[in-house]
Design a protein around this ligand. Structure first.
Ligand code: 6CS
Length: 311
């Protein structure tokens, strides 16, 4: 039989690399086949999620940046400066976190989803048409964010005018001047040619991109114990693979951006310049407790404990 797996990125981007490794593991260890659907083949992120919930797809990679509208607790990943940038710490955190591995699965289950894993995709950077050294430079800047209410709040607190859009509209919106900024990890800025439609990259250090892989729950529950282990083992192998794959990826991607467009500026904000952005964390956290669902407080507390343990 064939299992269908859709993701939000291209085949050679991070989610695609993860999916390819998963497919390789499943097919090497069973008679099942995996059919991969990269971005653009089945619609935007929201649409592949709906197709998974309804059982048309068996697997989906959707980032909390979009799932936050469905599972309010998943917005926790948009409290600024919550996640560290150190990749070893992040890997340990995602592997061992009680919040992620024990508290989130029942919340995903309520939406008909079996949460299989979450993994990091790299330091989030701003790319803008004008240089950014502090929140005052974001004043009047229409800044594209994923469709996540807490991310909207966070960019409001940063001083920008947040504009939630599905990914497919971002390049065109920058090109036509409807928006003047967006945020993403370096590999994505490079592969999707964001440098063609923006001139400045700013490293504020406020987040590391998190994504999640899920299965349709009814499908997963109906698998034999052997097939369930097959799936979880393939996910574990793909997790280890994707952590290793991303080693050095940020620097290599930024070098490629500079090669493609030497006039691009890349600025790492100093601790002093980051201070006003960091100062927004407390108010965004408070907002999360209001809009992050019944489990918001418990999830935030556990996540902080898990991060402390990983560090
Ligand atoms: O910004 C976005 O919408 C996209 N960013 C990444 C890194 N992956 C998928 C997502 O759709």
């Amino acid at each position: 039989d064939t299992w269908r797996y859709a993701f939000e990125e291209a085949m050679e981007e991070v989610q695609g690399k993860f999916a390819q490794k998963f497919k390789e593991e499943i097919e090497a260890n069973s008679d099942h086949e995996i059919q991969l659907f990269p971005f653009g083949t089945l619609g935007e992120s929201d649409s592949i999620m709906e197709q998974t919930q309804s059982g048309i797809l068996q697997f989906v990679d959707q980032s909390p940046g979009f799932t936050g509208a469905l599972i309010p607790e998943a917005q926790v990943f948009f409290v600024p400066y919550l996640l560290p940038q150190d990749t070893a710490t992040l890997a340990t955190f995602f592997e061992d976190s009680k919040a992620i591995n024990e508290m989130f699965p029942p919340l995903y289950a309520e939406q008909g989803l079996e949460l299989l894993t979450m993994f990091p995709e790299g330091e989030v950077m701003m790319t803008t048409t004008e240089a950014v050294a502090g929140p005052e430079d974001l004043d009047e800047v229409k800044f594209r964010v994923m469709t996540n209410p807490l991310l909207v709040e966070s960019y409001k607190a940063f001083g920008a005018t947040p504009t939630p859009l599905p990914w497919g509209e971002v390049y065109g919106a920058l090109q036509t001047g409807i928006i003047q900024g967006q945020e993403n990890p370096a590999f994505y800025i490079e592969s999707t040619k964001m440098y063609e439609v923006t001139d400045h990259i700013t490293r504020t250090g406020h987040n590391n991109f998190t994504t999640a892989v899920m299965a349709n729950k009814e499908f997963f529950d109906g698998l034999s114990d052997e097939d369930k282990s097959l799936v979880t083992n393939a996910i574990d192998a793909a997790f280890d693979y994707i952590i290793a794959y991303q080693e050095g990826l940020t620097d290599a991607s930024l070098a490629k951006v500079m090669e493609a467009k030497p006039s691009m500026t890349i600025t790492t904000l100093t601790e002093e310049q980051r201070a006003p952005f960091k100062a927004t964390a407390a108010s965004v956290e408070e907002e999360f407790l209001k809009i992050g669902g019944d489990q918001a407080g418990a999830i935030l507390e556990q996540l902080k404990a898990d991060l402390a343990a990983a560090q």
